[in-house]
Design a protein around this ligand. Structure first.
Ligand SMILES: Cc1cc2nc3c(=O)[nH]c(=O)nc-3n(C[C@H](O)[C@H](O)[C@H](O)COP(=O)(O)OP(=O)(O)OC[C@H]3O[C@@H](n4cnc5c(N)ncnc54)[C@H](O)[C@@H]3O)c2cc1C
Length: 409
């Protein structure tokens, strides 16, 4: 005796519960208890398949296996939705680890992210990372901040005033540890805060863990370690960024009054900007580079000047004597730490790409869509570099109000 053919999909669809959730849900109680499979009634099914009223019994076998009296309709399955990572919330932290990032221009630098990674290592599961920023700063939750203490700072360069304001913020926060980047501004701020509070500062930590901080000493011949102190600075490129799910970055109220007056012992403090044309490539923030696909070097130099960038080049141009050797970007040239790298007519050979691995943003102009530099770039222009450069100059002139209005780009 043959068994009626089952349709598991239809059976499953019949138990589907319509709803809005991301996952499809089914009512398992509709199935027969015990067996886990729906209980059948073969006689009733057979009866339902019977057609006509003639002398001979006739059955419509196409209905075999269908639930009796129940039309089986295709139930639309909700499309699988890629779940966004859940934001981690630490409701009542056992303690706080404060971070005072440089955040130049309202954005975390690569070094700031590393300090946040170090703070997360210290905070563990029970602690929370609180970031103290002057003005707005984006991307704090993704970088590992559980809390954000934000206050308005004074305009202009005011290191002593900033140290006083951060000191007030730290006093209200009562953090167990406070980390600064060992950068030009961060290192200076950390020392000012340490002097003002009369506390010791552990500088240039290269290892940051809950059991202790480690730094090199005596020309790297000795390592000094210490149980996590209250104030410390973190060396650049020593600690990994935070790589976990986004954190809450809940705003904290600022308690205390913010001193905005510069202390009187400083008469004037002005930041003198470095000339990008002469700044060493390894320190440059924005590098515009020429490659073998670029023939108009005069326009290239104009573009570099107008963009206030530092000039760079691929090895082919340096070997040909068209660009100075110290401008070579790459494994056998200079490895950049620039925020933005603009490559004109450069193929993106592995040796060249090694030099731009640490750049945050890469813009490439190349006629070859499949060039490795185009693949590396966040913004790619597949065009002749000789045509892009004058267009860019016209655009810059228009923006600065010098160009002829409405000139075609
Ligand atoms: C041991 C070793 C070390 C090296 N170290 C370095 C290093 O440190 N730095 C370095 O740069 N190289 C280095 N090189 C060389 C490297 O392998 C490549 O040869 C070099 O980077 C290629 O330079 P390029 O991209 O400018 O030229 P090419 O490879 O010739 O590429 C030119 C690019 O320009 C594009 N192009 C052509 N015409 C136009 C146009 N009109 N407009 C826009 N794009 C155009 C082409 O599509 C092409 O992608 C090293 C090589 C070796 C063996």
């Amino acid at each position: 005796m043959s068994r009626p053919r089952r349709d598991p999909r239809a059976e499953r669809a019949a138990t589907f519960i319509a709803g809005e959730g991301p996952r499809p849900r089914y009512d398992r109680t509709r199935r027969a208890a015990g067996s886990g499979r729906p209980r059948r009634d073969p006689r009733a099914e057979r009866e339902a398949q019977r057609i006509g009223g003639g002398a001979r019994l006739r059955y419509d076998l196409t209905q075999v296996g269908r639930p009796i009296g129940e039309a089986v309709a295709a139930v639309p399955r909700s499309a699988p939705v890629a779940e966004a990572p859940k934001t981690v919330i630490v409701e009542t932290p056992a303690f706080l680890v404060a971070v005072v990032p440089d955040a130049p221009g309202g954005r975390l630098s690569g070094h700031d992210r590393q300090v946040l990674g170090a703070a997360r290592a210290l905070a563990g599961r029970e602690g929370a990372v609180a970031v103290i920023v002057e003005g707005d700063c984006e991307g704090l939750g993704a970088a590992g901040a559980d809390r954000v203490l934000r206050f308005d700072g004074a305009k202009g360069y005011d290191p002593a005033g900033r140290a006083a304001r951060v000191g007030v913020a730290l006093a209200g926060l009562a953090a167990r540890h406070v980390l600064f980047p060992e950068s030009l501004d961060g290192g200076d701020l950390a020392r000012r805060v340490a002097v003002a509070s009369g506390e010791a500062l552990f500088t240039n930590a290269e290892v940051v863990a809950a059991k202790g901080l480690v730094r090199p000493a005596r020309g790297r011949r000795v390592e000094q370690s210490l149980a996590p102190p209250r104030l410390a600075t973190v060396a650049p490129d020593a600690v990994a960024d935070y790589a976990g799910p986004p954190r809450e970055a809940r705003a904290l109220p600022f308690e205390g009054s913010v001193p905005v007056e510069t202390p009187k012992n400083i008469v004037s403090a002005t930041r003198i900007p470095a000339d990008p044309a002469t700044v060493p490539l390894s320190l440059a923030e924005f590098v515009v580079s020429a490659g073998n696909g670029l023939t108009d070097l005069d326009t290239f130099r104009q573009v570099v000047t107008e963009l206030h960038a530092t000039p760079g080049a691929s090895r082919v141009l340096c070997d040909a004597g068209l660009m100075p050797r110290h401008s070579q970007v790459g494994a056998s040239g200079t490895v950049l730490a620039a925020t933005c790298y603009f490559a004109l007519g450069i193929s993106g050979a592995p040796q060249h790409l090694q030099g731009v691995a640490g750049c945050e943003h890469v813009v490439a102009v190349n006629t070859d869509l499949h060039a490795a530099m185009i693949e590396r770039a966040g913004l790619a222009v597949v065009q002749d570099a000789q045509a892009v450069m004058p267009a860019l100059l016209r655009l810059l002139a228009q923006e600065s109000g010098q160009g002829a209005e409405g000139a075609p780009l």
